[in-house]
Design a protein around this ligand. Structure first.
Ligand code: GLN
Length: 554
């Protein structure tokens, strides 16, 4: 989202930091709480950025299974990072870099490399100060040039892995002016059997935090409802904060409504007050209200899309879900995503697939479920069902065409069948010698040239697009001529690389080697997803879904 009207805030005054820790258990949505607070500060005219700390030993999220932490989010610089960075980009409307995801792997790798290079001049290298110094340096560098930097510490207070980070934050507080930083602790407030809000877990987690030397300035209680007055008072008393520093964060239907709840609670005002930003903030009436307008827009009708993947876990395809939602916001309809297990039996007869008016085959690795994905592509092609293939979904569309239209029996991707007689998808030439798995794919933003007069041209309204990539395999150049026949064409290319495939004999059939879902934002829906939902609505002749009144005015 653009930064909005000018602010009188003077960046020379120095950056402000909001540190967000979590208590009781993970998965409370502290990232969303933090991102929502950031959105509100941005609405008030501040330049906001974020850092996500992941205390695991992996250098980045790239080598992790989606079952562990959900999808691997890809940044424009090719960083493979935690999905929370996706939320920060979507909520703040900014593009981040790998430096905004700090992991223990990255910190230790740098410290050990410096030690090997002799940079420590004979000193014993220790967690304090060398590791903690590196952590503080990273946070300060990521905040450079912005007004406010939100720093979220992943995991829960008390985790052994998180200790060096909390110690670094303690030192940070020691080094910076008091009104330049704020500690927000997000915790769970459960209900007892008789419906009472219980504060004991919060008390324990704040006690743990204080034993490390960190005193929270603000406590946010995640609960199904708002916190009772009595609950807030109790938390304030036991955690040594004032009652007006205890905020509710109740469950909401849509995560995009969290900024609205946070604003209603007054958390943004409190944060600005405490950081001394009140005078520089735009007056309430002049604040950017586009987020509210977009997420509360009236929607009429519904579009049902089948997502054919192998992980029955929404987080594994988070950005795809979000991009579909953005397209719905743009067109004024709710998008209902139904899950189809690509590894299940007889995908072509799966009710969720048959009942949907559009099909998405997302990215993926490995052979499991690819038979089902190819079946889903075939179904979409034969029955004129709008289709969007993302990365592996693009590759499977090419394989399906090769097998069932061109007649190349057993054509496949060399990744999935080494012995295929027709490797229509093959390893990228520069990937042959690579042995390491981490950070070695074709990653990040690359520009695609779009052929004039194609569906891709129509959808993008441009002859070029720059989108994010994460793949090791591509269309085999030796097969391009044979593949471009009987309704299939490659409408987007990057030099010799095929980037977009589409069908000329179909209402909406398009696949991309890149991942457009990573650039989609609530106010800037990806054109490919908007095109898909438009086609879905057009196909829904029964009139169950209706297109809304057009684009949101922004
Ligand atoms: N496994 C495929 C490749 O490496 C597709 C990757 C993806 O879908 N992100 O090329």
């Amino acid at each position: 989202m653009p930064t909005g009207p000018e602010t009188s805030y003077d960046p020379e005054k120095g950056r402000k930091f909001v540190f967000v820790t979590g208590g009781v258990m993970s998965g409370l949505g502290k990232g969303i709480t933090a991102a929502s607070t950031g959105r509100l500060l941005a609405n008030a005219g501040f330049d906001v950025t974020a850092v996500k700390i992941d205390p695991y030993l992996n250098v980045d999220a790239g080598t992790m299974s989606p079952y562990q932490h959900g999808e691997v989010y890809v940044l424009k610089d090719g960083g493979e990072v935690d999905l929370d960075l996706g939320n920060y980009e979507r909520f703040l409307g900014t593009d981040m870099t790998s430096d905004h995801n700090v992991t223990t792997g990255k910190v230790y790798r740098d410290v050990i490399e410096s030690e090997r290079a002799g940079d420590y001049l004979g000193r014993t290298v220790q967690i304090i100060p060398h590791v903690t110094d590196d952590i503080k340096r990273r946070i300060r560098e990521a905040a450079e040039g912005t007004d406010v930097c939100i720093v979220e510490v992943g995991g829960t207070v008390g985790d052994i892995e998180g200790m060096p980070y909390l110690e670094a934050l303690r030192q940070f507080a020691h080094e910076e002016e008091d009104d330049d930083l704020l500690f927000v602790h997000v915790t769970l407030v459960p209900y007892s059997k008789n419906g009472e809000q219980k504060t004991k877990p919060t008390q324990h987690s704040v006690k743990e935090l204080r034993s490390i030397g960190l005193q929270p300035d603000v406590v946010v209680g995640r609960s199904s409802d708002r916190l009772d007055e009595e609950t807030r008072e109790k938390i304030a008393l036991f955690c040594d904060v004032s009652t007006d520093a205890v905020f509710s964060n109740p469950d909401v239907e849509d995560i995009y409504h969290v900024p609205l709840v946070v604003e209603e609670e007054g958390l943004d005002t409190y944060v600005m007050d405490r950081l001394g930003l009140r005078n520089e903030a735009l007056p309430r009436d002049d604040r950017d209200t586009r987020w509210r307008a977009i997420v509360t827009r009236e929607r009429s009708g519904e579009a049902t899309v089948a997502l054919v993947g192998k992980y029955d876990l929404e987080d594994a395809y988070m950005s795809v879900h979000e991009a579909l939602k953005h397209a719905g916001l743009r067109l004024g309809v709710d998008v209902d995503v139904s899950w189809v297990d690509a590894d299940g039996t007889n995908v072509r007869e799966n009710d969720a697939l048959l009942e949907a008016d559009g099909v998405v085959v997302p990215g993926g690795f490995g052979a499991r479920g690819t038979g089902g994905k190819i079946d889903a592509v075939r179904y979409a092609r034969e029955y004129d069902v709008p289709y969007l293939g993302l990365c592996l979904g693009f590759q499977m569309a090419v394989v399906e065409h090769a097998r069932n239209v061109v007649g190349l029996a057993d054509a496949h991707s060399a990744e999935l069948d080494e012995d295929t007689p027709h490797p229509v998808i093959d390893i990228l030439p520069d990937q042959h010698e690579i042995e390491d798995m981490g950070g070695t794919m074709r990653l990040g933003a690359h520009t695609t040239q779009i052929g004039p007069g194609t569906l891709a041209h129509d959808v993008y309204g441009a002859t070029e697009c720059t989108e994010r990539h994460r793949h090791r395999y591509e269309v085999n150049p030796e097969y391009i001529d044979r593949l471009e026949s009987e309704g299939l064409r490659f409408s987007g290319r990057a030099g010799p690389r095929m980037e977009i495939v589409e069908r000329t004999d179909h209402p909406y059939f398009i696949g991309t080697q890149f991942h457009p879902e990573f650039r989609s934002r609530p106010d800037r829906a990806s054109p490919l997803f908007v095109g898909l939902i438009e086609a879905v609505l057009e196909r829904d002749v029964a009139g169950e879904a209706e297109v809304g009144t057009g684009e949101v005015e922004i």
